[in-house]
Each structure stands twice: as structure tokens, then as C-alpha cells.
Write a protein that binds this ligand. Sequence first.
Ligand code: TXA
Ligand code: MG
Length: 329
Amino acid sequence: MKLGLTTKIIPADTAAAGIAARCLRDGGLVAFPTETVYGLGADATDARAVARLYEAKGRPSFNPLIAHVHDLAAAERIACFDARSRRLAEAFWPGPLTLVLPRAPGCPVSDLATAGLETIAVRVPAHALARDILRAVGGPVVAPSANISGHVSPTTAAHVFADLAGRIDLIVDGGPVAVGVESTIVACAGTPLLLRPGGLPRADIARVLGEPLARPPEDTDAGEAHPLAPGMLASHYAPRTPVRLHARHLEPGEVLLAFGPCAIPGAEATNAMNLSPTGDPVEAAANLFGYLRLLDARGARAIAVMPIPDEGLGEAINDRLRRAAVPQS
Ligand code: TXA
Ligand code: MG
């Protein structure tokens, strides 16, 4: 279903941030690159723009959005920091870390964007163009990944166009993103908890906290109505082709998502793509969603995925692959 808009694509030149900011301030939906994945931005204080954003993505409105701002001072206008969360912000912003914090009194972000929660997810992205846009808007911009809800996140402007053409106003094409998986989400309203592994490795965060960073207990995350990170439903980030994990051989009709230098019998250039031939998780994260999209387009029986170590960005890669492997309803 198209919503009948004409989606413009503009290059990331010196005029781009101004054009994007004007469109956002007018209630428009603008896709732009961040260092993690492309985001679909809307003015966070404009309930009508936020409602249009949920509609364009086909996203359930109980799934709250991340408010993006250009620096820590802007973040402090919408969220309450304590010593620990300020330490994390100072260590990792701008960068691929989202903090879930108590909403600040007088926070102007629309309740629709936070799904009525007492907390708000905040992030300062490290991409220069994204920060220029945020500075030019002058207020918080909500930006979920710029894909149809449940689909694989976009790492190029072409991915955004494939999902959202006709449904949004503008795409700023800044080329492929650097990190390739979404930000790490840490809840900091009390004991810090890792809600979503992502572009910032868990060990880096633990080092700054001076203690290990725990995942939330399984049972509090189980209910689909009130999961702790509401967007982290079991099936997500999913290609249409079934995904088979921990593959050490290739079944007939399968294509292979490979990792590392070891070859699998039957894997060739025609039916396999290697996330990182040297086994580098940073390179693998940058290639993950693009390769999943390309393999998905082959019409194979399944995408077989070789095992990937859980270290560094491997934790986020394996999290996304597990969700991609859950059968879709
Ligand atoms: O890297 C990223 O984070 C990208 C780029 C565009 O910034 N954005 C992104 O947004 O991944 P999205 O909407 O696809 O994922 C946001 C996640 C969802 O799982 C949502 O449920 C969770 O953040 N979230 C948002 N607000 C929350 C809150 N108050 N408490 C817990 N989880 C929250
Ligand atoms: Mg998303």
C-alpha cells in the first residue's frame, strides 16, 4: 500500500541539512543517514508528524521511538540524567549508544512518540550530517530505522527507497553507513540494563561503568504487550526467506551467509556472500543487513548462516540473526 507521496532523494551536499530541517519543521518525514543505520525522522514534538511516521512504517504505536538530539545539553532538556548516565553520555556521545532515562519535567516530546511511558530513549548520533540536521531543527527528532516495520534495517539510501518510496517526503543520500547495526540501548533508570545489543560493544560500556552490564531478566521481557524494550519482539529484522543458523554445511537450494576464512563445501561466488573473509566483526556488522537483503532477493529455499563468535559487535550481529530466524507469523 502506497500513501501516494512523491519521495524526493537529495545528495548530502552543503544545502542538505537546511532542506531536511525545513521539511522536518513543516511536519515532514525525512530519512537521513546516521552512523548505525538510516533513520526516518519526524519532529518529536509534533504529534501529527509522529502519527504519520508510525503510519508510513506500519509500526505498532505501542512501540516507542528514540529521540535524537545534537548534544548532551539538548538531551538534558528532555531526559533526567544521574551520575552514571552522564558518565556514559560523556564517554560515548556522539555515538551508537541510546540511553533510556526518566522523562524530564516539561519534556516537549509527544506522548505518542514515547508510547505514554515515563521513560524516554535518547541518542546523540555521530554522523556529521545527522548532527547538522538536528542542530538546524533545534529540537528533538524521533528516528526509528527507515524501513517498513519488521523488515531489515536500511544501510543505504537505496534500501530506504525500496521500503518507503511513496510513503515519506525526503531521503538524504549520504552513502552507505559505517557501523551497520542499530545503536546499543541501555536503560539507566536504576541499575543499568542492556535492552538491545548494538553498535557499541557491551564490554566498552561495562568498562566505563566499572561493573558488568546485565541483560533484563527473561521473564520481564517475555510479554509482547509490555516488553521491557517494546520493539524487541521475537520476530524482527526479518528477510522473507527462512534463515537457518549455525550452518556448517549447505542444503540443496540454500544460499550461504558466510563468516571468516573457512570455506563450506558447495559454497561459491554464485550462492554465497562472506560478511568478513578475515573474520572481523566490525566489517561483518557493516555488511550484515545489505547482504541479508541481497540473499533474500535470490528466492532461495533458505539463507544458511555460518556461526559468528559472540565477541564485540558479534553480540549485536547474533541478536539480529536470531530474530531474523524466528518464523514470521
Ligand atoms: O541506531 C539506532 O538506534 C537507529 C538510528 C536511526 O538511530 N534507530 C533505531 O530505532 O533503531 P528503532 O525505533 O528501530 O528502535 C528503537 C528501539 C525499539 O526497540 C523501542 O522499543 C526501544 O528502542 N525504545 C524506545 N523507547 C523506549 C523506552 N522508553 N523504553 C524501552 N525501550 C524503548
Ligand atoms: Mg527498527
